[in-house]
Design a protein around this ligand. Structure first.
Ligand code: C5P
Length: 216
């Protein structure tokens, strides 16, 4: 029987992994799951009901009830929701419930691209290809800063950099599923690379894995 083809992409906030994941999914005809949105959706339920973010039992219930097909990027992409998401993401019960749903998504034919923080290490340890996309914190802050200005918004570069550094520390320092490259991940540092170059470099690695899999 054919097995789904799975591409796991991990990396810190604003590393470009989301854009890369979407482009790769389109190029290979795979589905795409931004797993960050699932943590954001759980945080959003608590915020909407005025519940404290430390309420683990409410967060776990929201995680168990979450439907991955109904995630609304527009509502969930705010800075406030992102900060709240990284706080509820330390809770093992929340992670267990979401990881189970994410694995189900990945295990559906023809396969999927999942991006997040623990895809190669925890969610899909047997993924066909694992990428760890990163960039220096100041480069990521600069990209986010320009994005906000281009969209007509206002921002302080120093604040964005401080946010990114705080989020990195929380995501890399937590006890359950910290952000780190899987031992067999390909590292892609995009500090001096545009998205097209990152896409082409990833495509080369994936084509090799694809050919190897079709031989077996
Ligand atoms: O990627 P995004 O900024 O949307 O993720 C929001 C937060 O969700 C991250 O800072 C991280 O704490 C958490 N997250 C996680 N595991 C994932 C994806 C996101 O812990 N696989």
């Amino acid at each position: 029987m054919k097995r789904p083809f799975v591409i796991a992409i991990d990396g810190p906030a604003a590393s470009g992994k989301g854009t890369l994941a979407r482009r790769l999914a389109a190029a290979y005809g795979l589905t795409h799951l931004d797993t960050g949105l699932s943590y954001r959706a759980v945080a959003h339920v608590l915020l909407r009901h005025g519940l404290p973010l430390e309420n683990a039992s409410a967060a776990e219930t929201a995680a168990r009830q979450l439907d991955l097909s109904g995630l609304d990027r527009a509502t969930l992409s705010t800075h406030e929701v992102g900060e709240a998401a990284s706080k509820i993401a330390v809770m093992p019960g929340v992670r267990r419930a979401l990881v189970e749903k994410q694995r189900e998504f990945a295990n559906t034919l023809p396969g999927a691209v999942l991006d997040g923080r623990d895809i190669g290490t925890v969610v899909c340890p047997d993924a066909d290809v694992k990428l760890y996309v990163t960039a220096a914190a100041r480069v990521r802050a600069e990209r986010r800063f320009r994005e906000i200005l281009a969209g007509g918004g206002e921002a302080e570069y120093a604040e964005i950099l401080a946010d990114i550094e705080r989020r990195d520390a929380r995501d890399m320092g937590r006890a359950d599923s910290p952000l780190k490259p899987a031992a067999d991940a390909h590292l892609l540092d995009t500090s001096q690379m545009d998205i097209e170059t990152a896409f082409l470099a990833s495509k080369k690695l994936i084509d090799e894995a694809f050919a190897a899999k079709n031989k077996t």
